[in-house]
Design a protein around this ligand. Structure first.
Ligand code: DAH
Length: 369
């Protein structure tokens, strides 16, 4: 074998000169492969006498380590360069306008979400967002539903353990929020009146049929001020349904109802015409339940740190998926979340159609549905 130092210099020069991973691998094989130089040298050790063998083995091992290190370093450099090249080649200019005629649709739930935000935004509401995993204080207790309150049974709650080392206790467990109403409390905790917010978001209950899915969407509304009355609630929700269904007039009625967090409580119905094949909103002798609402219960204000002797307000809760089913005539809620692109192509919206009250809720360019 040539002088070890010469060999080392030669291989290192080759390694440094390698321009791609394939060349580097070839060099590695020529040194450490079955027929490689070092492999061949290792084989000669057996025939040597003991002291010479020890000496040579030492030198060979040192050389091996040096060359391996050099190859590793070069490999990292070449891999990083290859990755950079790849990333450069795959760069997408996200500022380019999308091409709606090709693919990609806005999901009806996102569309309704945008519409609701556009309408309430125009009415002076802010959007509040909160966590999906909620503690029972915000989801139940502070909403006038203490432990063992019968109304807790109205909602099939999913409970979430704190962590795997803590024994599960129903009373202390977290929940995945069963409604967005907990955002009433979170808002009051963070904001002083006057309050005017909507809180759209995901909600969860153990339920599954054509009109229920374990995950669904709601929008909560909360208004608190010194002189907020039931008349404001009615006016506000009337404006909302008119704008949402894009009608100048729409029959509405309020039925007395019960929610622990409001007093009085009501459900709002809108007039419609139901036939075997059609549901027409805004005319006819039938009624369709659309949302729950009421004046915020004094206990709820107290739990949120607001003095009920000074302030009062109203709240409401609407199912976004239900609004989408109604507005777009989609019969089965379960299909919303199956991620079937054919469904989305049929019921989805063109990405450039954004909702505004002035430009039209369904977008300026008209939808591609
Ligand atoms: N949280 C109720 C539910 O999930 C909906 C609701 C009803 C919200 C009345 C409200 C309200 O804020 O006032 O069924």
């Amino acid at each position: 074998m040539e002088n070890m130092k010469d060999l080392e210099d030669k291989v290192i020069a080759e390694v440094n000169g390698a321009e791609d991973l394939k060349t580097l691998e070839d060099i590695r094989l020529s040194v450490f492969g079955k027929k490689g130089i070092i492999t061949a040298e290792m084989k000669t050790l057996g025939a040597m006498d003991a002291s010479a063998r020890i000496e040579k083995a030492k030198q060979l091992n040192a050389l091996k380590t040096t060359l391996e290190n050099a190859m590793d370093i070069k490999k990292n450099i070449l891999e990083a360069a290859a990755l950079n090249e790849k990333l450069k080649a795959e760069t997408i200019d996200v500022t380019l306008p999308c091409r709606p005629e090709i693919q990609g649709r806005i999901h009806p739930v996102s569309k309704i979400y945008e519409e609701v935000v556009a309408i309430f935004g125009e009415l002076g509401f802010e959007v509040a967002e909160g966590p999906s995993i909620e503690d029972q204080f915000h989801n139940f207790n502070a909403l006038n539903m203490p432990l063992n309150h019968p109304a807790r049974q109205m909602q099939d709650t999913f409970y979430v353990a704190h962590d795997k080392n803590t024994p599960f206790e129903m009373e202390n467990a977290y929940v995945v929020r069963t409604h967005t109403s907990g955002m009433q409390i979170r808002t009051m905790e963070n904001k002083k009146p006057p309050i005017r917010i909507i809180a759209p978001g995901r909600t969860y209950r153990s339920d599954m049929d054509a009109t229920h899915t374990p995950m669904f969407h709601q929008v909560e509304g909360l208004v608190i001020d010194k002189t907020t009355t039931l008349a404001h609630l009615k006016g506000c929700l009337y404006d909302f349904v008119k704008a949402f269904f894009e009608l100048d007039e729409i029959p509405v009625r309020y039925r007395p109802s019960y929610f622990p967090f409001t007093e009085p409580s009501a459900e709002m119905d809108i007039g419609c015409l139901k036939t075997k094949t059609e549901l027409k909103v805004g005319a006819g002798n039938d009624w369709l339940e659309i949302l729950g609402c009421g004046m915020v219960h004094p206990n709820v204000l107290r739990a949120g740190g607001i003095d009920p002797d000074v302030y009062q307000g109203f709240a409401f809760g609407v199912g976004i998926d239900r609004l989408a089913m109604l507005k777009y005539g989609i019969p089965d809620l379960r299909t919303f979340f199956e991620s079937d692109v054919r469904w989305l192509k049929n019921y989805g919206f063109a990405p450039l159609d954004f909702s505004s009250l002035t430009g039209g809720l369904n977008g300026n360019g008209g939808s591609l549905r």
